[in-house]
Design a protein around this ligand. Sequence first.
Ligand code: LLP
Length: 419
Amino acid sequence: MDHFELKDGSLFAEDVPVAEIATAVGTPVYIYSLATLERHARVFREALSVLPRIKLAYAVKSNPNLAVLRALARQGYGADVVSEGELHRALAAGIPAGEIVFSGVGKTRRELSVAVASRIGQFNLESEEEGVELSQIAAEMGRRAPCALRVNPDVDAGTHAKISTGKAENKFGVAYDRAEDIYARLATLPGLDMRGLAVHIGSQISDLEPSRRAFTKMGDLMRRLRARGLSVTNMDLGGGLGVPYKQGEVLPGPDAYAAMVHDVTQDWDATIMFEPGRVITGNSGVLVTEVVRVKEGVTHPWVVVDAAMNDLARPALYDAWHDFAAVRPNGRTITANIVGPICESADTFAMARTIDEVKAGDLAVFRTAGAYGATMANTYNSRALVPEAMVNGDKWAIVANRIEPETIHHAERVPGWLK
Ligand code: LLP
C-alpha cells in the first residue's frame, strides 16, 4: 500500500503530480511520500504491539535521508546505525542517543569511542575481539557500554546470497556454538554491560520459517545463559522483513511476522528490539526517470532511460525487480528491455518486460525504490549524485540536492608533479 496513484491519467505522489516535481528538479529524481512512510511506521509498530515490551530501531542504512529520519523520529523510532556517519545523522534528526543501536562487524576504535561518548543505547558486538576493545575504550572513559552479542545462528534466510547474513559462512556475529562462552567472558570485563543477544539473518525475507528457526535458537541460547546466572534482558531480532516488488506479489506482512515472533517469544520475559529498514521505506519512494530514446533491438526494443545503475544499483547488484510505470500511461503496452546510459551491460533494469508504452521524452518511475535506492547511489561515469524530494499532501520539498559532477570534479586535484 502506497500513495503513488494515477489521477486523471497521470501519476501523483499523494496530491502532487510526479511530473511537477520532475519538471522542477529534473530527472532522475527520487520522490518519497511522507504519508506512506508514516503509514508503514505505524503499521509495523501496531503489529508488533502484540508483544509486551518492544523497541524499534529503524535501520538507517535503508534510507538515511535526514527528512526520512526526522519523520521516523517523530513516530518514536530509534535508529540502528552502522557507522559514525549514520550515528551523526540519527542524532541530527533528533533521535535520542539512548534509542540508538550500533551494528556492524568493522566498527573502528574511533567509531566505538564516539559512540561511547554519545552514550548510545546499545552496541551490538559482532566478535569477542570487538568486545575486548570496547571494554578498554569504555573503561578508560569511565563508562559502561550497554551491549548485546550478535550471534550467527547458521540459518539460511532463503534470500539473495548477497543479502543473506545468518549462515555460518557469513561474516556476521559470533558462531552459535561459541556464543555462550564468549558472552560469559565479556560479562566479566570492565566497561561492558552485557544485557542481551542480537540476530539478523538477512534482508528481503519472504518466508517466515527461517526467522522462526533462528529466533527459537536464540531463545534456547538465552535460557542457557540465564541458567548460568548471566543477565539477558534485551533480545534484538534485527530487521529483514521483505516487501512486494512486483504488482500482485504477496509476502508475509507485519501482522504475520508479529504473530510468529509472539509465538516464539511468549515466555522470554525480555525487551524485544527490531531493526526494520525496507519494510518502512521500500514502498515509500519511487525513482522518476525520463526516456532518452527508444532504440531498435534484435528481439525487443531498448528503452534507454536517464536513470542508471549508479542511481539505483539493486537490479545490477542483486538482479532485483523494480516495477516500471509511465507517469502518463496511454493504455498500450510494449515488451522491451529497459536500460540506463552507463557503459556496461550491468546497467540493465529489465529484459523482455511488458511495460507501459513509452517514447522519448516520456516520464516513468521505478517503484519501490525508497529502500536501498538513493543511499547506494554513486557518481560512476561522472554522473550527478541523484537528488531526492519528499511529498506531504499537496506540499513537496527537495530533501537532498543534486550533487553536480562539477562539484566532485572540483574536489579532485592534479598534483604539481603531473603538471
Ligand atoms: N539490521 C541489520 C544488522 C542489517 O544488516 C540490516 C540490513 C537491517 C537491520 C535492515 O534490514 P531490512 O529490514 O532493510 O531488510 N542493499 C540490499 C540490502 C542490504 C541489507 C543489509 N542489512 C538491497 O538493496 O536489497
